[in-house]
Write a protein that binds this ligand. Structure first.
Ligand SMILES: [Ca+2]
Length: 397
């Protein structure tokens, strides 16, 4: 008996080892922080405030180009203390400077890059993220600071065009003061999967469980900036079709209606998520979803504008001591084979504790299904009629 137990334990270990070895051999990148993605590894010459030269490899595991500086928490610039999002160190990019790291990827797979960024001076700051050899890139506007901490996490997704690539962060700015550039920290990557479409729901990833990497110890959620291409979305299935970002939140730091992930809508009409779902023209449908608060002291009232086909409904969240969310629905008749569903926050909410961090209503568990049981009831009645008629004919014969 004991031998059998040992045998089965051993075979489990063997299987596990084989799986791990196969993963390793396939060269898959592990989800999570890049090597020294938090810039906490000490350079060979030690941490110093001296600027790193061109093409320097002074930041372990990163390649830098232009004026790139490792900064330390508490470090001052002028009268301002520089913000280090996490830990004790981060990196600052001067004018036209960049850092990059080689990563192993799987050709054709979709990846999301998560990183934290902060502004230094008050100028128009933006950050360009790209992943050559794939041609994809995005400029992320750091002008709007969403949280009072002065930094935010962002996610951006791309499709790998080869088995390897580089994560590149570049400051496209040309400021008078070359030290006025964005601070970057905590760079992670995650391979994304497109969830299977459930049979009873036309919405893909309607529970928002699949999406960009989120650090367990970071409490700000991840901002998803504008992205109009649903093929390369850091939130599979969905697009962010507005100028401003929406916040991807987790259940470790926020109130989430279902599962571990949900979306918090920010910036009123300027933060819209949407999806085109498959429908049958002229059929009645119901879109249902959870609407709640994130548990982040967001000032009430909270409300969403929910769109489904030609229907638009303004739905207010009713605070309830027993639950952090309620369910809501919108009925519509499909006009085409693809129907747009979308959400934005009716109000421009901020937190009541700091009066400046952006917040808003939470949306989760979005479902679109044929409304009522009309189809199956009709089907059953039809079947009964047909079989009744057949019986009737048999009796006649
Ligand atoms: Ca969820």
């Amino acid at each position: 008996m004991r031998r059998m137990v040992w045998g089965s334990t051993r075979s489990k270990w063997v299987t596990l080892c084989v799986i791990l070895l196969l993963r390793f051999a396939a060269g898959q990148i592990q989800d999570g922080l890049l090597i020294n993605g938090d810039f906490e590894t000490q350079p060979s010459g030690g941490f110093s405030n001296e600027k790193l030269g061109d093409g320097s490899a002074a930041i372990p595991n990163w390649k830098s180009n232009g004026t790139v500086e490792l900064i330390e928490s508490g470090q001052k610039q002028g009268g301002m203390i520089l913000i280090v999002p996490q830990g004790s160190h981060a990196v600052r990019l001067g004018n036209d400077a960049e850092i990059s790291q080689e990563v192993r990827l799987e050709k054709g797979a979709l990846y999301a890059v998560t990183f934290s960024a902060a502004r230094t001076c008050a100028q128009l700051e933006s950050l360009n993220v790209s992943a050559p050899p794939s041609g994809a890139s995005q400029s992320i506007d750091l002008q709007t600071v969403y949280s009072v901490q002065g930094w935010d996490s962002y996610a951006w997704a791309f499709e790998a065009e080869d088995d390897g690539g580089r994560m590149v962060f570049r400051n496209p700015g040309m400021e008078d003061d070359p030290t006025c550039g964005p601070v970057i920290d905590d760079v992670a990557v995650k391979k994304l999967f497109t969830p299977e479409k459930p049979k009873d729901n036309a919405v893909l990833n309607g529970d928002f469980e699949e999406g960009a990497w989120m650090f367990r110890n970071e409490s700000l959620g991840v901002l998803l900036p504008t992205n109009l291409d649903d093929e390369t979305s850091a939130l599979p299935g969905w697009i962010v079709e507005s100028n401003r970002a929406v916040r991807y939140i987790d259940s470790y730091h926020f109130a989430v209606p279902q599962g571990k992930r949900a979306i918090e809508l920010l910036s009123g009409k300027e933060g819209i998520i949407s999806q085109m779902v498959q429908t049958t023209p002229n059929k009645p449908y119901r879109m249902s979803f959870s609407l709640g608060h994130a548990g982040d002291s967001c000032k009430q009232p909270l409300a969403v504008m929910a769109f489904a086909g030609d229907q638009a409904q303004n739905i207010h969240y009713t605070p309830n001591a027993n639950s952090t969310f309620q369910t809501a629905d919108v009925n519509f008749t499909a006009k085409a084979e693809r129907t747009r569903v979308a959400f934005y926050s009716v109000y421009y909410n901020t937190r009541s504790d700091d009066m400046s961090s952006l917040c808003g209503p939470v949306v989760d568990d979005v479902r679109v299904a044929l409304s009522g049981a009309s189809r199956s009831v009709l089907g059953r009645v039809g079947w009964l009629l047909v079989s009744g008629f057949v019986l009737f004919c048999l009796v006649l014969v």
